[in-house]
Design a binder for this molecule. Structure first.
Ligand code: FES
Length: 147
């Protein structure tokens, strides 16, 4: 059900860990499945992402997508990193089963949240970047009863 690439990134995730004094940190969760992902970015003075690490408390697909997402944004400019969508991450992983697509959204949102944090810390605006959601289901559905 999972591609070889997904299995590889799940079993040998790249860039696990944290970055001390990171230029930007983004954390997002999904209240439905309870999974949480945190991305750390180290951005140099030319706005190039020198390093990227992640910590994911989540399912295997979330681990694999965070691993691939960190690989994809490393060495990119902050503008290019914005183009690393969940679709791009899924393609790089040779696809995900439909029920696991939301896991890749977590990676996209965590990158956006880390970029947002970087922009805030440096008083800059990143064109096309919107304020991230803390929970990827936020605003997606009609109000639900708290549980
Ligand atoms: Fe929630 Fe995968 S099941 S991130």
């Amino acid at each position: 059900m999972y591609s070889e690439k997904v299995m590889d990134h799940f079993q040998n995730p790249r860039n696990v860990g944290e970055i001390e004094n990171a230029s930007g940190v983004g954390t997002v969760g999904n209240a439905k499945c309870g999974d949480i992902m945190r991305i750390y970015l180290d951005v140099d003075e030319n706005q190039i992402i020198r390093d990227c690490k992640f910590k994911t408390f989540g399912c295997g697909a979330a681990v694999a997508t965070s691993s691939m997402a960190t690989e994809l944004v490393k060495g990119k400019s902050i503008q290019e990193a914005l183009q690393v969508t969940n679709k791009a991450v899924m393609e790089a992983l040779d696809g995900l089963p439909p029920v696991k697509v939301h896991c890749s959204l977590l990676a996209e949102e965590a990158i956006h949240a880390a970029l947002w944090d970087y922009a805030q810390k440096n008083g800059i605006t990143i064109e096309g970047l919107e304020k991230p959601k803390a929970d990827i289901h936020e605003g997606e559905e009609e109000e639900e009863e708290e549980y």
